[in-house]
Design a binder for this molecule. Structure first.
Ligand code: GLN
Length: 452
């Protein structure tokens, strides 16, 4: 614990992974994770320190309670050593949209760690903590994990309680671990998952044992390879990592089956209607009166002036853009054409995954996480659409609510090689199979040489 705190202090000036470091950890409780130092994304509430979701509108906010996932980690003996940087409210893929400034990727300090859980990924890749919690609405655990050479586990929607997760898009949001190994991810999911009376959307299904089965070989493994996603628009190392992973799984005795899925552009279009719509509704509470930082206004100003001033000052440009998009697609006259249509498309996307799994009797799907490796800080800053396209392979899985894992599978070439990830996707609530397939692939993949 002390080594983790020291390392965080030594490296954070360069990485900006942590928004806060807690220096006196206290004695850990006994339990399966006793003494394990962990970091928590700042949109997840902790009684200790601040929980601002990276937004000025929540400046100085202290939560009176721990999120269920955090409370369960503490009960299991883990020790929270700090809170991590993120894109404001989780909206972004680069951890550049934060009042704390951008977080840096330990593999190359001029590059982004991905986002929105970029602070959590940077902290794990830098060897500060073995595990950090992130949240994933459309890729925010998987994409930073891929860009930092890590394992990022997005559980099935409803597998982990959202109680204490500051809402972005409630029908998509889920908490999960970012770690260096599949086993660590499984250990943490085992602790944080399961029913919670504080979240009515949290599944009542009991959580199976994820650890004993982890090392047992998956018999007659059937893996669907989504070949249409090996696009020429991807960085060549992405397509190579997929081919190499398929070959490794085939060596392990798996049958690789080519499968088709709907064009991922449909998922992007659908996600960027559904997520902003829900965000505009969730963020309506921050009015500077009941919730959120209040702007200073003249005495004769109206209530509308107060709302306008508080929300304009409190939200960053990307969040304002999402609120405007979301408000538009929900407004009368546009609701049917955009929002309702997106909900129908979402159902088709889920049906399409179900069909792929059923017709080929698959254990998992193999696909890319991102079109390329970590990009330079500032590279996609000016073009929101370019940043949205970073999510092309992750948002469909989120809309379908399926469990997925990103894991390292290769490196780019050149004098500053960067990690490349691949994504495995399983059926709803089948985390045991997802983790066993991932562990099988991990055993056959070359180890990552993390920067010192
Ligand atoms: N990049 C996506 C977005 O901006 C996903 C973010 C997330 O999963 N929180 O919405």
């Amino acid at each position: 614990m002390n080594a983790a705190i020291d390392r965080a202090g030594a490296l954070n000036g360069r990485l900006n992974a942590f928004t806060q470091i807690f220096d006196s950890p206290g004695a850990p409780r006994p339990g399966p994770l006793s003494g394990m130092p962990v970091a928590i994304k700042e949109n997840i509430c902790t009684r200790r320190g601040l929980s601002t979701a990276g937004s000025r509108i929540l400046e100085g906010y202290r939560s009176p309670f721990d999120a269920t996932a955090v409370a369960r980690l503490l009960d299991a003996g883990a020790v929270v050593i700090g809170k991590t940087n993120l894109d404001e409210f989780g909206m972004g893929s680069s951890t550049e949209h934060s009042p704390h400034g951008p977080t840096r990727n330990p593999w190359d300090l001029d590059r982004v760690p991905g986002g929105s859980s970029g602070g959590s990924a940077s902290a794990v890749a830098a060897g500060i903590v073995p595990v950090a919690l992130g949240s994933d609405t459309g890729g925010s655990i998987r994409q930073p994990a891929a860009l930092c050479g890590l394992v990022g586990l997005k559980p099935t929607y409803g597998r982990v309680s959202r109680y204490g997760l500051i809402a972005y898009a409630s029908s998509l949001d889920v908490i999960g671990p970012i770690s260096r190994t599949v086993t660590e991810a499984a250990r943490v999911l085992q602790v944080i998952a399961g029913p919670d009376e504080h979240d009515s959307t949290c599944s009542k299904r009991p959580v199976p044992d994820l650890l004993t089965s982890l090392e047992s070989p998956v018999e007659n493994l059937r893996i669907g390879l989504v070949r249409s996603m090996l696009s020429g628009a991807n960085h060549p190392a992405v397509n190579q990592a997929i081919e190499a992973s398929a070959a490794r799984l085939a060596d392990a005795g798996a049958t690789i089956v080519d499968v088709d899925l709907l064009d991922p552009d449909i998922a992007i279009a659908t996600y960027y209607i559904v997520a902003p719509a829900e965000a505009s509704s969730n963020l309506a509470r921050f009015d500077g009166v009941r919730y959120g930082r209040r702007a200073a206004i003249p005495n004769d100003a109206s209530l509308d002036d107060l709302y306008r001033a508080s929300r304009t000052e409190g939200f960053g440009p990307e969040v304002r853009r999402r609120i405007m998009l979301g408000t538009h697609v929900l407004s009368s006259g546009y609701y049917d054409a955009y929002y309702l249509r997106a909900l129908k498309a979402r159902r088709l996307i889920r049906n399409d995954f179900d069909r792929a799994f059923d017709t080929h009797a698959l254990h998992a799907l193999l696909m890319p996480v991102t079109p390329g490796p970590a990009f330079r800080i500032g590279e996609k800053d000016k073009d929101p659409l370019a940043l949205y396209l970073e999510d092309v392979y992750t948002v469909g899985v989120s809309l379908a609510g399926l469990p997925a894992i990103a894991m390292p599978a290769g490196m780019t070439e050149g004098n500053k090689p960067l990690p490349i990830g691949v994504q495995l996707v399983a059926r709803p609530f089948d985390e045991p199979t997802l983790l066993r397939v991932a562990r099988t692939l991990e055993r056959l993949s070359p180890p990552m040489n993390f920067p010192a």
